[in-house]
Design a protein around this ligand. Structure first.
Ligand code: FAD
Ligand code: SAM
Length: 646
């Protein structure tokens, strides 16, 4: 990407009347004022061949759209799907929008369209936190997936990889909105089109037609709706113009081998935040899952009584802050989808200037400036142990309370050896061991391809202190260097504030627990609520071990053999042609989701979505340039590029 991407801006719409939304910025209506529903159905659903594919019973229908707007095309597409689809049919709707509309305006608009209530209420219920990047919204029991990419369409497309059968090109009038019809955008459209895919637009402007044709489509004019003269439909007769892939060849999304649910169960090792999360996603995708964990769900590091789901503040967006942003948005969806109890509200008492939040694209109504600091209205606390338990409550998930000692490949699948069990056959394995296997006093299981990844344990401690005269009234979690939660006995199971957390990679002293307890008490006294003293016996401590990678990002994806990588890439990084290199050779069926660091709650949520999409061969749920910051092979590739680094 050259230069920073254009900012995403949440917009309010002007209502010409209750049924006619208008954009002052583009001086145009979002859809026709005369009979918007019939016109959109005619131009897009019919013109792009979507309705035909639906009635033919095409098993998987992929629609692409430039300009999500108020979502009318989506709602109509969904409405038709809900009414006419056959069992087993699925709909993927990939839409791009740089100026997403505020939820309150959508609610007002759809209140005036009672005939669309069933579909529009699904959109309103799932409408995301309007942050830049990809939002993957699952509806109708997972049969419908809306991929809403917020950002400039052409740039967002360049960071995506999927294939479309039916396109809706629905910018505002091309004169006012040339970037929505830019020739460069259609180059990306062509890259994302299956041969034979069809597209439609309300406009038949000459320069727009030429841009679409140049990208490899054959265009046909058809009569416009009502009094309008004409509109267009197009067919992709490709190969078109090859677009640029967002990934270097060695990280290409194709570097995995998909094994369907029928191939056999997936073995997940570890039932912490990572293991519970990937188990749930896979179960929802139809896989049988066996989770191995002698401690049960969320009883090691993931077992604190409370944990924060928080956003990451950084001066400029970077891979970690972008991943954390996607993670927060996905976690908010999970909270809602699984009905996870939570307590909202974080006050950053060290932070008064909202500029970094604006730069990162957090919508204005997601925070509030107060005299005491910035209130993050979309962040809060959950009980991580309960979250793990809720995640694995699914008929396709079976928990085995046994310690895994080794994993051996059989070629077609794996034999998982665990204490007290005969070897268990699984088609695939996901390692989510957390820091345990790197602790000196724990015998590590033998998982050959996990072992070489450079990750280290980081000790952390929290304390639980009883509510005092001032602190008992605290309603939100205070955050600066550390954090202090309100006392939330119903959520946490203890009538105490949780104060955290220490961070320590170096030597652990024999009396570390007391040292850390005193440090946490001292540090929290900066907040008046916690300036009192506590009798020693009233303070309880809990210690856990985070697992962290050298670049502080999680490790997510297929495992691979570093020796094999070195053999294949060998000298290529010293001047050889990079383009012709093969993709990373992965160990088929071996995956990991780990190194969640200090953000296991939200990182497990987006990480498991990403990994389950990867394992099932679907579109990946983040902007693709982030993959090279998450892929388990990245450390080996970096080392091959710069052999001097350790
Ligand atoms: C003090 C502290 C405070 C924190 N606060 C927050 C916070 O506020 N918000 C937040 O998002 N994150 C927080 N974190 C980070 C978060 O807790 C971790 O990122 C998260 O728990 C990691 O989850 P995991 O599933 O990777 O690891 P774990 O929770 O450690 O789970 C790994 C599981 O694997 C099992 N296992 C290990 N070996 C084997 C084996 N051989 N066979 C079978 N099972 C095995 C273990 O029993 C364990 O249950 C905090 C961490 C600490 C230490
Ligand atoms: C006519 S409206 C789309 C109506 C929409 N299809 C619907 O059914 O409600 C055009 C939309 O394109 C968006 N848009 C314009 N230029 C864009 C760009 N370069 N990238 C992404 N979205 C863009 C506008 O913000 C607007 O929401």
């Amino acid at each position: 990407m050259n230069g920073p991407p254009p900012r995403v801006e949440v917009v309010r719409i002007d209502f010409r009347d209750e049924r006619t939304p208008y954009s002052t910025r583009f001086q145009d209506v979002y859809f026709s004022a005369m009979d918007g529903i019939s016109e959109s159905r005619y131009v897009y659903l019919e013109g792009s061949g979507y309705l035909e594919a639906l009635t033919e019973g095409r098993p998987r229908i992929e629609v692409g759209e430039v300009g999500f707007g108020v979502g009318l095309n989506f709602v109509l597409t969904l409405d038709a799907f809900l009414k006419e689809s056959k069992p087993g049919q699925v709909l993927h709707y990939h839409s791009f929008e740089r100026f997403p509309v505020h939820l309150d305006d959508l609610k007002r608009l759809y209140a005036a369209y009672p005939e669309l209530t069933e579909a529009s209420s699904m959109l309103l219920d799932h409408y995301p936190l309007l942050t830049p990047g990809v939002h993957s919204l699952r509806m109708a029991g997972g049969r419908v997936r809306l991929w809403l990419s917020l950002g400039e369409a052409r740039q967002q497309m360049a960071l995506s990889d999927f294939r479309v059968d039916h396109w809706y090109w629905d910018g505002f009038a091309p004169k006012q909105n040339p970037d929505a019809f830019d020739p460069g955008l259609f180059v990306e459209v062509a890259r994302l089109s299956r041969t034979g895919s069809r597209g439609a637009s309300f406009t038949s402007a000459g320069w727009v037609r030429r841009a679409i044709e140049a990208a490899g489509f054959r265009i046909e004019k058809r009569p416009g709706f009502g009094k309008k003269r004409e509109c267009i439909r197009a067919e992709f007769v490709g190969p078109g113009i090859e677009g640029t892939s967002p990934l270097p060849p060695w990280f290409s999304g194709e570097s995995s081998v998909v094994r369907p649910p029928e191939a056999g169960p997936v073995g997940v090792i570890g039932a912490g935040l990572a293991g519970s999360s990937i188990s749930r996603r896979l179960a929802e995708a139809g896989y049988d899952v066996l989770i191995f964990d002698p401690e049960g769900p969320g009883n090691r590091t993931s077992g604190n009584p409370l944990g924060l789901y928080n956003l990451q503040i950084s001066k400029k967006p970077n891979p970690i802050s972008r991943f954390a942003q996607a993670a927060l948005a996905e976690f908010l969806r999970e909270l809602q989808d699984l009905g996870v109890p939570h307590h909202t509200g974080i006050l950053r008492t060290d932070f008064h200037d909202p500029l970094p939040l604006i730069e990162s694209g957090y919508p204005e109504d997601s925070y509030e400036i107060t005299p005491r600091g910035i209130r993050l209205k979309v962040c809060g606390v959950v009980n991580p142990r309960d979250l793990c338990r809720i995640r694995i409550e699914h008929p396709k998930i079976r928990l085995l309370r046994n310690r895994v000692t080794s994993v051996a490949s059989t070629g077609k699948g794996f034999l998982i050896h665990a204490e007290g069990l005969p070897p268990v056959e699984c088609a695939q394995v996901v390692s989510t061991l957390g820091a345990d296997f790197r602790l000196p006093d724990v015998a590590p299981p033998v998982i050959p391809h996990l072992d070489p990844i450079p990750m280290r344990p980081i000790r952390g401690q929290i304390i639980l202190v009883p509510p005092g005269a001032l602190s008992q009234n605290l309603q939100e979690t205070l955050v600066e260097e550390g954090y202090a939660s309100p006392a939330l006995p119903e959520l946490s199971g203890v009538d105490a504030h949780l104060i955290g957390a220490t961070y320590q990679a170096l030597t652990v002293l024999p009396d570390q627990e007391e040292i850390d307890r005193d440090q946490l008490i001292r540090e929290s006294a900066k907040w008046p609520e916690f300036s009192g003293s506590y009798p020693e016996e009233s303070v309880r401590s809990r210690v856990g071990w985070r697992l962290s990678s050298p670049d502080k990002l999680p490790v997510i994806g297929p495992l691979c053999d570093p020796d094999l990588l070195a053999g294949i890439y060998g000298n290529a990084f010293r001047g050889g042609p990079l383009k012709s290199l093969p993709t990373v050779p992965v160990a088929p069926g071996e995956w990991t989701l780990t190194a969640l660091g200090s953000r296991g709650i939200t990182f497990s949520s987006i990480g498991s979505l990403l990994l389950s999409d990867w394992m099932t061969g679907g579109r990946l749920s983040i902007e693709l340039d982030l993959i090279e910051h998450l892929h388990p092979a990245r450390f080996f590739i970096r080392k091959l590029k710069r052999p001097g680094i350790s």
